[in-house]
Design a binder for this molecule. Structure first.
Ligand SMILES: [Mn+2]
Length: 388
């Protein structure tokens, strides 16, 4: 039984206000080609299909297109919702679509009927638990559980697993021990689930964490996002996971399995570039190790204030995502120029005034700003502020 594990597509996502839709269209195309080559029995998508509960039109069209392209003879597609999806919206038409081999499990209702596929080694049961909170379990089962792992374990118990068969779970949760990046959002420390609750499954296709990783073993795995969605993912490789479940010997807890990842090369990479404004404006193309159309996080090392660097940098790097300054762009030399040798003789009002002027290309604070400043100084130092 061969299946492909995907998750966290986040279709419709914007990174720093920059639409990723073209990148997503491209990468889904690559994945589709991979699926056609690999000829799996199933494709599993473990949540965060969309980036928003009300995805934009282009995102809906793209998912529609992807799922339609997956209507390949003999291919089963199973999809759960993540914390970014609207469970109800995603479940549109779910009942009817089962007939065509597309199983959407986005509403947690206590029904754990698996999707069962058969190969030469027997049956494989694919179970789904969309993203849930403790309150979902308590709501559905009338329990009063307070612990996340306990709530999840309770749900798993209700499946009454036949462990002599091969069992697979799709789950979108934060499993304790996973290392995450910046783009997950709403991944909290208390929300994590012990990996032990996943032990009864031969394989768990996890979603939620954007960095591909095994949790303890390759049977409990985050496949990661198909694209980099934050600066913290620069330098990390993206891929999808291909799993093959083989024989489950009588009496053994897990079946034999094969595991591999297939690298995903994006249309445009995400890179960090660093240097002075002048250097970055001079740096142009691929000779320097990156294409100008890459998604760029620029880090300026200038000591001097640069006016509107993004406006100019964007002429060379059209997919510029962010400009930041190393050390705030104002090194010790910058501050020394203001303060050296004279700070002790100045009042806080004078020091701030000079600082303000430096930061605003020579403009002085206007009378209203001066009043605010005086009031603030008075609040900190009292009337004595003038003499400090
Ligand atoms: Mn996600």
């Amino acid at each position: 039984m061969k299946f492909i594990h995907l998750s966290d597509l986040h279709i419709g996502k914007k990174v720093n206000d920059h639409s990723m839709i073209d990148e997503q269209r491209y990468i889904l195309d690559r994945i589709l080609n991979g699926i056609k080559e690999e000829k799996p029995d199933a494709v599993l998508i473990s949540g965060d299909v969309y980036d928003k509960t009300t995805p934009p039109l282009e995102a809906v069209l793209l998912l529609d297109n992807f799922l339609n392209n997956l209507a390949i003879d003999g291919l089963t597609v199973i999809l759960i919702s993540g914390n970014h999806d609207s469970a109800e919206r995603l479940s549109f038409g779910a009942e009817r679509m089962k007939k065509s081999g597309l199983y959407i499990k986005s509403i947690f209702d206590g029904n754990f009927t698996p999707v069962t596929l058969t190969d030469e080694y027997g049956e494989v049961n694919f179970y789904s638990i969309p993203f849930i909170r403790i309150s979902d379990v308590n709501h559905v089962f009338g329990t009063e559980i307070k612990d996340y792992s306990e709530a999840f374990a309770f749900a798993v118990e209700q499946m009454k697993l036949d462990t002599s068969k091969r069992n697979v779970l799709l789950s979108h949760q934060y499993v304790a021990g996973a290392s995450f990046s910046e783009s997950e959002s709403a991944v909290g420390g208390i929300d994590c689930i012990s990996k032990d609750v996943y032990a009864p499954f031969d394989y768990t296709a996890l979603g939620h964490i954007h960095k591909a990783q095994n949790i303890g073993s390759e049977r409990l795995r985050y496949c990661g996002t198909p694209l980099k969605y934050s600066a913290s993912e620069i330098g990390s490789d993206k891929s999808y996971t291909v799993i093959e479940l083989l024989d489950k010997k009588q009496g053994s807890t897990c079946c034999e399995m094969r595991f591999k990842t297939v690298p995903l090369i994006p249309l445009h990479d995400m890179v960090k570039i660093q240097g002075s404004f002048e250097q970055l404006m001079r740096t142009k193309t691929k000779e320097n190790g990156f294409a100008t159309e890459d998604f760029v996080y620029a880090v300026l090392t200038d000591n001097e204030y640069v006016n509107d660097p993004a406006v100019h940098l964007r002429k060379i790097y059209p997919n510029l995502l962010n400009v930041s300054y190393e050390g705030n762009g104002r090194t010790a030399a910058f501050y020394n120029e203001i303060t050296a040798g004279k700070i002790e003789k100045q009042t806080p009002f004078d020091i701030f005034g000079e600082f303000y002027t430096k930061m605003h290309d020579g403009a002085e604070p206007d009378p209203q700003q001066q009043d605010i400043l005086k009031a603030a100084i008075k609040e900190v130092w009292g009337e004595d502020g003038e003499d400090v």
